[in-house]
Design a protein around this ligand. Structure first.
Ligand code: AHR
Length: 501
């Protein structure tokens, strides 16, 4: 039987709520249809934002939302998306499906969406094809309170008070779609652009995010840290508050990717193994960052992660629309556990993407909306937001899998907030249940607060518009508590949350 020891006296780090963040790009049906239907739509909305989607998202406590891309960000010119909607410029969304982008969702609409969600704002600037002046003026437009050309323009467009920009990304994937730059070239550009991302409000400083590596490009991390972190006074964070990391799980590889719903046992374990690679990536990139920043002033922002499959048959290949099964719930469960465990360095993460694109928490079709298995994992894990990570360690865990795709059968993280301990567990076995004995080392009497599970008999289970509740969060009962000992039976392919006090 696997064992989990939790040191309930040892708090390691605060789990930043922003680890549970999301990403919304002008891509396929994420913004248009998924989030924004316009004020005149028959679909119930508030100021153009879908009421059903906003309500569902509020229930998972979205802490931060990233926008407008992604690759779209480095081709986005913010002035096209302000002012009278009837005269806003129409453009081609060259990256995503070649469709017409009418710019009816722009800065004001994004800020309104975040207001309705009650979340922090993460705006991604255009370094790839925009100018320093354009980026600088966008920041002035959004955040300057006094009299200035950009603040006056914002007021003329109907928004008197400045907004709060919590995070600002200085370019996206500048090693690829954001300009195909070398790390040294980008690093020097970053130094220049970020200079003009002004903090107009000293009480609400904007946290600047530097473009970090693609997956395991350790050279990028090394060069960018060297140029952007060193030679700066200790009180500054080397011009950056966070550095990003992107890692997607393509089960079969970039060219073929693989179906979201039709996979065999090998496909299951490949996916689990590739998701677990996130842990290696964080360790290795952190080791490089540590050389420059041993005090951990700079956070790692894993601001794009999740599964990426072949699009659903009959849908636009440029729209990246995919279904979401119990397999995705496991990917979410293990990845969020990994982030929790590394919360000393990982301070923000955004699953890609919020609605109708890649590993979404919500899918829509016309006026219908469904919650995916990934949604239910975010709902259970919301209790980790802002909690203290507790020291915990697994032992006697069996290794399972097919051929070279071997993974540990169980994965976990543990935190405490307001006196309640939240334990999240994943059984990665597609076929076998796993028993687990949990011991807490300090306090010797615990009682159950609640326990929930996301699982199904068939790993391919997913929700559809015809059957929206095939897979939801249900009560978990296969556990016994005896003082400071718990015995748990995790069904095959399950994500479990146990809360005790
Ligand atoms: O999330 C889809 C795309 O993946 C993003 O636009 C880009 O940043 C990444 O390559």
């Amino acid at each position: 039987m696997a064992k989990l020891v939790i040191n309930d006296a040892k708090e390691l780090s605060t789990i930043a709520p922003e680890i549970y963040g999301h990403f919304s790009e002008h891509l396929g049906r994420c913004i248009y249809e998924g989030l924004y239907v316009g004020e005149h739509s028959d679909i119930p909305n508030t100021n153009g934002m879908r009421t059903d989607v906003v309500e569902a998202l509020k229930a998972i406590n979205i802490p931060v939302l990233r926008w407008p891309g992604g690759c779209f960000a480095d081709e986005y010119h913010w002035r096209d998306g302000i002012g009278d909607k009837a005269t806003r410029k129409k453009m081609i969304n060259t990256h995503w499906g070649g469709v017409v982008e009418d710019n009816s969702f722009g800065t004001h609409e994004f800020m309104e969406l975040c207001r309705q969600l009650g979340c922090k704002t993460y705006v991604n600037g255009n370094l790839g094809s925009g100018t320093v002046q354009e980026m600088s003026e966008w920041v002035e437009y959004m955040t300057f309170e006094g009299v200035s050309p950009m603040a006056d323009l914002r007021k003329a467009n109907g928004h008197e008070a400045p907004w709060k920009v919590d995070y600002f990304g200085v370019g996206n994937e500048n090693w690829g779609c954001g300009g195909n730059m070398t790390p040294d070239y980008y690093a020097n550009e970053y130094r220049r652009y970020q200079t003009y991302v002004r903090n107009y409000n000293a009480d609400q400083p904007i946290k600047k995010i530097c473009c970090g590596p693609n997956v395991d490009d350790y050279h990028w991390t090394e060069r960018v840290m060297k140029t952007c972190f060193e030679h700066t006074p200790a009180e500054h964070h080397g011009f950056m508050d966070l550095i990003s990391l992107h890692h997607y799980v393509f089960p079969e590889g970039w060219d073929i990717k693989g179906s979201a719903t039709d996979f065999n046992e090998e496909g299951w374990y490949k996916t689990m193994s590739k998701a677990l690679f996130m842990d290696t990536l964080i360790r290795r990139h952190s080791a490089i960052i540590d050389q420059y920043d041993p005090d951990k002033k700079v956070g790692l922002a894993v601001d794009e992660w999740g599964t990426w499959y072949t699009v659903e048959p009959g849908t636009n290949p440029g729209f990246l629309y995919q279904q979401n099964t119990l397999r995705d719930a496991l990917v979410a469960g293990v990845t969020l556990n990994i982030f929790n465990k590394h919360s000393d360095r990982v301070r923000l993460a955004c699953i890609a993407q919020l609605v109708n694109v890649l590993q979404s928490v919500i899918l829509t079709e016309g006026e219908q909306m469904i919650k995916t298995p990934t949604y239910h994992v975010f709902h259970m894990y919301r209790h980790h937001q802002g909690a203290q990570l507790l020291a915990s360690e697994l032992s006697d865990v069996s290794e399972i899998g097919v051929d070279e795709w071997k993974v540990p059968a169980v994965n976990e993280s543990v935190s405490r907030k307001d006196g309640i301990i939240t334990i999240t567990l994943n059984n990665l076995s597609a076929t076998e249940e796993n028993r687990l004995e949990i011991t807490l080392t300090e306090k010797n009497a615990y009682e159950l607060v609640e326990a929930n599970i996301v699982t199904a008999d068939d790993v391919h289970t997913h929700n559809t518009f015809e059957a929206p509740e095939n897979l939801t969060e249900t009560k978990f009962t296969a556990l016994q508590i005896n003082g400071n000992h718990l015995t748990v039976t995790l069904p095959a392919a399950s994500v479990v949350e146990i809360r005790i006090k």
